[in-house]
Design a binder for this molecule. Structure first.
Ligand code: HEC
Length: 171
């Protein structure tokens, strides 16, 4: 195929997607699950909405870090490969959400009390901190703090060799 012909095929595909919204195939997402932008420059709660549909990479972690709680960790499509393999840095657009559940006697899991999350932003967002943004909110997304959040970043710095993610697999 000539260069010109392949260029027009490419143009046609782009145009067809534009016209149909590219609704078929693997890339189609349910409109309900707000898909995070691939290159996030601004941190917002939109980045973590729909996280329950992501892969649950770790279940029932029980450590004293953060608060005494039992934790489940969800990772989106962009980040799951790095989380599972320990291959770092995580790609831009990776988002990790940790659910923190009340710790009941006998190690039973109580109600969900808080969400803590980290989102890999565009290069330059916070280079010393691996360009991660941090989010803390409650299960109703009512009281939220987000951004570079020094209180989170300073402790996650001790996992800098794993791109600031403690629970990902070590290489
Ligand atoms: C005192 C240290 C410390 C502070 C402060 C801290 N974290 Fe963590 N964080 C950890 C440790 C240790 C883990 C892994 C073990 C666990 O979850 O219990 C973790 C796990 C996480 C994870 C799962 C991914 C990973 O790194 O394994 C997220 C997301 C997270 N923290 C977000 C936050 C946010 C948001 C804040 C601030 C509101 C915060 N953290 C503050 C120590 C800390």
């Amino acid at each position: 195929m000539s260069l010109k012909a392949s260029a027009s095929v490419a143009l046609f595909v782009v145009f067809a997607c534009f016209a149909t919204g590219c609704s078929g195939g693997k890339t189609a997402r349910n409109a309900e699950q707000a898909a995070p932008p691939a290159n996030p420059t601004e941190v917002s709660l939109e980045l973590i909405k729909g996280y329950r549909d992501w892969q649950r990479a770790v279940a029932n972690v029980n450590t004293e870090a953060h608060i005494s709680a039992i934790k489940d960790v969800y990772v989106n499509d962009e980040g799951i490969g790095s989380f599972r393999s320990g291959e770092v840095p995580f790609p831009v657009g990776s988002v990790i959400v940790k659910e923190n559940f009340k710790f009941l006697s006998g190690g039973r899991k109580g109600e969900l009390i808080a969400l803590t999350a980290m989102s890999k932003m565009n290069p330059g967002y916070n280079p010393e901190g691996g360009d991660w943004a941090y989010i803390q909110t409650d299960p109703k997304f009512a009281e939220t703090t987000l951004g570079k959040l020094e209180k989170c970043a300073s402790c996650h710095a001790s996992a800098a060799n794993k791109d600031f993610v403690f629970l990902s697999r070590s290489k």
